[in-house]
Design a protein around this ligand. Structure first.
Ligand SMILES: NC(=O)C1=CN([C@@H]2O[C@H](COP(=O)(O)OP(=O)(O)OC[C@H]3O[C@@H](n4cnc5c(N)ncnc54)[C@H](OP(=O)(O)O)[C@@H]3O)[C@@H](O)[C@H]2O)C=CC1
Ligand SMILES: N[C@@H](CC(=O)OP(=O)(O)O)C(=O)O
Length: 334
């Protein structure tokens, strides 16, 4: 059991769900601390019916904590987390900064738990769009080796943090009342719109979010030969990312075999009854820790192709749930 858990970024979109999860799952620890930027230091929050005061993040604040779970912007994770490792704590990070660094474990507990157990330093939790896709790819890869993936995402505004959600709500109110609204997280209005850019511009016309789906997938599946082509799009949905995924495998996988593979993989749930209009939708997946799959069908353009639809709560399995599951795995193996 961990003695003293420090939750960094406890006031953010992921941090809020993290607090809920630690409480809901009765995470075994003697003491919890909640840490954020100096802007939030001194504010009060309630956890397990007790009042806590938010502390400011400093390099010294890790002393005494044996588990640090961080959900801050990349630059903060880069600057502060080495001090957490030096203090001797196990460190789980949600940010994108450490994921692809040599020697850093990038972990989904259902996919590559051993990497967390073997980790020497920071354990990174993957990008939210990548997590739900890799959860779906893993059983297919184990059964028939995934060679190529074409994925398009429909990403919720909560992926851009607390301010992303505020932009959706306030921007929509302004749109409906004919007023101007200055968006802080998106380059274009998100109300009644969609934006085919998430993250910054990178090589060959791809964005940083799209390349995370390429490189993080290969790292977690331990296969550098997997080809991934991603297009990431922000849509005006508050929470839960959706994806269309088309997979080419070494041998054909029929829809019925795929359904069986998905159904027997932990953390996946199949909802697939097109005749009766049943498939995963964000409003029904919101608040769940599972990754939902539907619209499973043969890719009629390729003999070894399979297409499906995948929805998951980006703040839960895409972020906080995955990190807490890593922490639970570490706790069991202390
Ligand atoms: N949202 C999502 O779906 C996902 C997010 N992630 C990653 O998780 C991380 C957090 O994202 P999210 O919760 O959405 O972002 P938010 O903007 O909602 O929250 C950011 C958190 O970081 C804290 N913070 C910001 N600057 C500092 C600082 N200088 N020192 C200490 N704390 C600081 C904020 O504290 P304060 O409130 O005081 O400003 C807040 O608690 C990011 O790296 C993101 O990439 C990963 C997967 C999915
Ligand atoms: N970029 C994702 C969420 C996120 O924060 O991802 P990452 O941790 O890889 O930056 C989104 O906007 O939906």
């Amino acid at each position: 059991m961990f003695q003293n858990v420090a939750v960094i970024g406890a006031t953010g979109a992921v941090g809020r769900i993290m607090r809920q999860l630690l409480e809901e799952r009765n995470f075994p620890a003697k003491k919890f601390r909640f840490i954020a930027s100096p802007r939030s230091a001194g504010t009060k929050l309630t956890f397990k019916n007790q009042e806590y005061t938010v502390e400011a993040l400093t390099r010294e604040c890790f002393a005494g904590s044996d588990l640090v779970i961080a959900s801050t912007p990349d630059d903060v994770a880069a600057d502060y987390l080495p001090a957490a490792v030096e203090s001797g704590a196990k460190v789980i990070d949600e940010s994108g900064y450490w994921r692809m660094k040599e020697g850093v474990a990038l972990v989904i507990p259902e996919v590559n738990p051993q990497d967390a157990l073997n980790a020497k330093g920071i354990i990174a939790s993957p990008n939210c769009s990548t997590t739900q896709m890799v959860m779906a790819l893993k059983p297919l890869h184990d059964a028939a080796k995934v060679k190529r993936v074409i994925v398009s995402t429909y990403q919720a505004t909560s992926g851009a943090g607390v301010q992303g959600t505020a932009d959706l709500i306030d921007g929509t109110k302004a749109y409906l009342s004919g007023k101007d609204y200055k968006y802080t997280t998106f380059k274009h209005p998100i109300a009644f719109n969609c934006i085919p850019q998430i993250g910054s511009e990178k090589e060959d016309g791809y964005t940083s979010e799209e390349l995370k789906m390429v490189y993080e997938t290969r790292k977690m599946l331990g296969d550098e030969s997997i080809q991934v082509n991603a297009t990431c799009v922000r849509i005006p949905v508050a929470n839960c990312h959706s994806e269309t995924i088309t997979v080419e495998t070494e041998r054909p996988i029929s829809p019925s075999e795929a359904r069986e593979l998905f159904e027997s993989f932990p953390g996946l749930k199949v909802v697939d009854d097109l005749k009766n209009g049943k498939y995963p939708i964000p409003s029904e997946c919101d608040g769940s820790d599972l990754v939902f799959i539907g619209r499973i069908r043969k890719d009629i353009s390729h003999p070894n192709g399979l297409s499906f639809w995948c929805v998951s709560d980006n703040l839960r399995k895409g972020a906080a749930t995955n990190a807490v599951q890593i922490a639970e795995l570490l706790a069991k193996n202390l």
